[in-house]
Design a protein around this ligand. Structure first.
Ligand code: G3P
Ligand code: CA
Length: 269
């Protein structure tokens, strides 16, 4: 509705393709990045884990079962944890057939392959560090890959990269290792705790179910480590009605598996 504005500044929320455009292509694969680009979506979200030989790969779960054919290829390697497989072994897996036959060639990308593809499309990256307790030092390692790929230069730091995690210590570690990198904390901390988060996080990124207009306004009242108001990116919003609801709350970003649906819903806000 035209009487509801997206936020207090009248700025339309950023649309972020969750695990890529994952309603239309297998999540966290290069195909899902390509699909987001094809839809004209310039932000993609991904999840990062670490292999046995120390390579960072893009995968949501800490095991390979749900989104690859690992049980067929390595039947005796239960429970099929990412950290128990080398990157060469993971590269053999089909990460697309579970989603659809057309994607049988999809692989679990390394973080390096992933950021290269994002760069090809001139997209922006919301990188989630997953399960940092399982992978000591993953923050520094992710930053190293990003740096090697040119993602820590001025152009990328000025609005093309955000690193987020559900683990506050991990978000703080990223901030302390590379203070120029924009960071997000995934969750809904009590308002009383927000000043502590504002020391190291630029964003507070809650599930939409835990949001209210009052909470978004409360977050916006704090100033983040880069001297700007804390932002709110919410997840995972896949219907037009919910997209309009959270836009009415004043969120800065909407993370969605269906970025085309959300973008259409927010047009005109
Ligand atoms: O980007 C936020 C969202 O991805 C967090 O939940 O489980 O989908 O990684 P999850
Ligand atoms: Ca995620």
């Amino acid at each position: 509705p035209s009487d509801v504005r997206a936020d207090e500044d009248g700025k339309q929320p950023t649309v972020i393709a969750h695990r890529g455009a994952s309603a239309y292509a297998p999540e966290n694969t290069l195909a899902a990045v390509d699909k987001a680009a094809e839809l004209g979506i310039d932000w993609v979200e991904n999840d990062v884990q670490r292999t046995k030989d120390g390579e960072l790969v893009v995968l949501h779960d800490d095991n390979l079962r749900r989104t690859t054919d690992v049980e067929e290829v390595f039947p005796d390697r239960a429970p099929w944890k990412v950290r128990d497989f080398t990157s060469a072994e993971i590269a053999r897996l089909d990460a697309g057939s579970w989603f659809g036959h057309a994607y049988a060639d999809a692989r679990v990308p390394t973080l390096k392959q992933y950021v290269r593809r994002v760069e090809v499309h001139h997209q922006k990256l919301l990188l989630e560090i997953k399960n940092p307790d399982l992978y000591p030092g993953i923050e520094g390692q992710a930053l190293k890959v990003l740096g090697n790929e040119g993602w820590l230069d001025r152009r990328h730091l000025a609005g093309r990269l955000i690193v987020q995690s559900f683990n506050a210590a991990s978000v703080r570690a990223v901030h302390e290792l590379k203070p120029g990198v924009k960071t997000g904390f995934l969750g809904t901390p009590p308002v009383a705790d927000l000043s502590a988060y504002a020391a190291f996080a630029d964003q507070i990124n809650p599930s939409y179910g835990s949001l209210s207009k009052g909470y978004v306004s409360a977050v916006h009242a704090f100033t983040g480590p880069h001297g700007r108001p804390l932002e709110v990116f919410t997840w995972t919003v896949d219907t037009a009605a919910t997209a309009r609801l959270v836009a009415g709350y004043g969120v800065d970003g909407v993370i969605t598996n269906k970025p085309d649906v959300v973008r259409a819903a927010l047009r005109g806000f």
